[in-house]
Design a protein around this ligand. Structure first.
Ligand code: IMP
Ligand code: MG
Length: 172
């Protein structure tokens, strides 16, 4: 069956928002160096676009995670598929995510990375589904709050497809 796609957030609106986030982050970290952590795979599009719009000195690292087991219940246990290459000790860390849903993945990541003694950890996400939140996470930079719908594009997939769409779409 063909999936019908509707545009939820057009390309120009996404691009403008990421530029705004980059400007805000550049102001907030003025005089400091920033260490961006991209959460693969979904976070790769926003991470690259955001990095291009940040003006403070910046380094990047990548981490891949997946939720364990049972798909209906998000247990909060997360499997690390690929860990960071570099130490984050003493660094100003900004975790960049595609979407925060239950918040379980992020809660786990924050706790793990905090144990590695960074100077600070903040969170940036392109999309936020606040209605679905079950874990207690504070998000510092949010692109868009969206309703509880399954979205694709700009890094987000449905069965590994649609990540390459330059806009945020909803599958009907
Ligand atoms: P959380 O641990 O429930 O916050 O899970 C977040 C992860 O679930 C995201 O990083 C995505 O990989 C996936 N996810 C949640 N909602 C969507 C969606 O609407 N479309 C695509 N992936 C989603
Ligand atoms: Mg993700």
């Amino acid at each position: 069956m063909e999936n019908k796609l509707n545009v939820l957030i057009p390309e120009e609106v996404v691009d403008d928002k990421i530029r705004e986030l980059g400007e805000q982050i550049s102001k907030d970290y003025a005089g400091k160096e920033l260490h961006l952590i991209c959460v693969l795979k979904g976070g790769v599009f926003i991470t690259c676009e955001l990095a291009k719009n940040i003006t403070v000195p910046l380094s990047m690292d990548f981490m891949a995670v997946s939720s364990y087991g049972d798909e209906q219940v998000s247990s909060g246990r997360v499997k690390i598929i690929k860990d960071l290459d570099d130490s984050i000790e003493g660094k100003e860390v900004l975790i960049v995510e595609d979407i925060i849903d239950s918040g379980n993945t992020l809660r786990y990541l924050i706790d793990l990375l905090n144990s590695r003694k960074p100077a600070s950890i903040k969170i940036c996400t392109l999309l936020d589904k606040p209605d679905r939140r079950t874990a207690d996470v504070e998000v510092d930079y949010i692109g868009f709050q969206i309703p509880d719908k399954f979205v694709v594009g700009y890094g987000l997939d449905f069965k590994q497809k649609f990540r390459n769409l330059p806009y945020i779409g909803v599958i009907e």
